[in-house]
Write a new protein. Structure first.
Length: 422
């Protein structure tokens, strides 16, 4: 049984047991919740202790990998430029669509209130930068203090500056630093894998507390959450079709037929990497030469996850709305930037790991509590299907767009880029 499946089943079991106890033995339910709360909190603490070093390492290695890929040639550089623009617009879409969806179909007041009571210990993991002092607030005066206080916006700014400076030193120093942060990343991934291995215990404890205090309303709230976040991902996915038609100059029906096999594989495997051969074949049916798709599609799998910023930001906004955190346009604008940047470094990670590393910094930046993420990660298996289908749809659309200018890239250069990436 896969790890996400075990965690999801633990969530369901905990919610059912808690709800049954609340209905038939309220006093016993409160006692059980009191015993389960420390267990769930300990697991949440283990999850949170990995976030700061993991985010810093992912950002630095992600920038280094992106800079190296951009040097491979004009085609790779053009692809990276397009990917960054799409990631930014993806986050913008979440800033617009998520509040709109929550306004049209808000979380039931009773469920929201019950869930807030069940997660009464949820606190912000980082302060919201004062809008009036924005420029001063995002530049860390003390990076150690920023890390200790989980001030992710400051950490991200420092990590980006450090990463870009690292690419300028070159030679042995750059190699040494890159290998150091790769090693740090790999070690933290092992640690978080251990934490997620015992995730069923922690999630069961958290779900038991929620079920005991919120009753059956917790099920409705989780379904509402899944539909909202998946709805944002679906909207972003739909935008890939006009990009392919207008940017790639192909007919809509032709693009739908070419993308459908890749979407089917993505639906069954939930892996963009496993879908790569089918995507290359589908791009070929759209007239994209292998010299182009052989460069852009592996690059897209490595650094491009189009639905990531949108769905990650949607989760953070949902939690903020859930706990009554006010979101001004300026706060949402900052969240857009952070959602874009954190998505760049977590593309190749498993869904449950990237869920934590990419969403927690966004939630902290806009002032939303991070504790609910320990519960919501259990149902990530379902939105992750939408994520993967959307990602491969955008990968093919972006490749079709890029192939429009492929004639301006000499064939021998494209072949050289393909050989370099291989």
């Amino acid at each position: 049984m896969s790890q996400p499946t075990r965690i999801l089943l633990s969530l369901i079991a905990g919610l059912i047991l808690g709800a049954v106890l609340a209905a038939w033995a309220p006093a016993t339910a409160l006692i059980a919740a009191e015993w389960a709360q420390p267990i769930g909190q300990a697991w949440l603490n283990g999850l949170q202790m990995t976030i700061v070093p993991l985010v810093v390492a992912l950002l630095i290695t992600g920038v280094a990998a992106t800079a190296e890929a951009a040097q491979a040639g004009r085609l790779a550089g053009r692809a990276i430029g397009l990917y960054v623009v799409v990631l930014f617009l993806s986050a913008v879409a979440a800033a617009i669509l998520t509040p709109l969806f929550l306004h049209i179909a808000p979380l039931p007041h009773e469920s929201a209130q019950a869930l807030r009571g069940a997660l009464a210990g949820a606190e912000r993991i980082g302060p919201v930068p004062p809008i009036g002092e924005f420029l001063a607030a995002i530049v860390p005066a003390n990076i150690v203090k920023a890390a200790a206080e989980n001030a992710f916006l400051s950490l991200i700014i420092f990590s980006l500056i450090f990463a870009f400076a690292m690419t300028r030193v070159g030679g042995e120093a750059q190699t040494l630093l890159t290998n150091f942060f790769k090693a740090l990343r790999d070690v933290m991934l092992v640690v978080i894998d251990w934490v997620l291995f015992v995730g069923p215990i922690g999630v069961f404890a958290l779900a038991l507390v929620v079920g005991a205090k919120a009753g059956t309303g917790a099920f409705g709230a989780l379904i509402h959450y899944i539909l909202t976040v998946a709805g944002v991902g679906l909207a972003v996915t739909i935008f890939a079709y006009p990009v392919a038609v207008l940017g790639g100059r192909v007919k809509l029906g032709r693009y739908i037929r070419a993308a459908l096999p890749s979407q089917a594989v993505a639906l069954s495997t939930q892996s963009s990497l496993a879908t790569l051969p089918v995507m290359i074949e589908g791009s070929g049916k759209l007239g994209v030469p292998v010299a182009v798709s052989g460069v852009t599609l592996p690059l897209a799998v490595a650094i491009f996850r189009a639905t990531g910023p949108a769905m990650n930001f949607a989760v953070a906004i949902y939690v903020a709305e859930w706990f009554g955190v006010p979101l001004s346009p300026a706060t949402l604008a900052v969240g857009v930037v952070v959602a874009t940047l954190t998505s760049l470094g977590s593309v190749s990670l498993p869904g449950t790991v990237s869920y934590v590393s990419a969403i927690a910094p966004v939630a902290a930046t806009i002032g939303a509590p991070v504790s609910p993420l320990g519960l919501l990660v259990a149902v990530e298996t379902l939105p992750d299907i939408m994520r993967t289908v959307g990602n491969v749809t955008w990968d093919i659309a972006a490749t079709t767009w890029l192939s429009r200018r492929a004639g301006k890239v000499p064939l021998d250069e494209a072949d050289a880029i393909l050989a370099h990436d291989t």
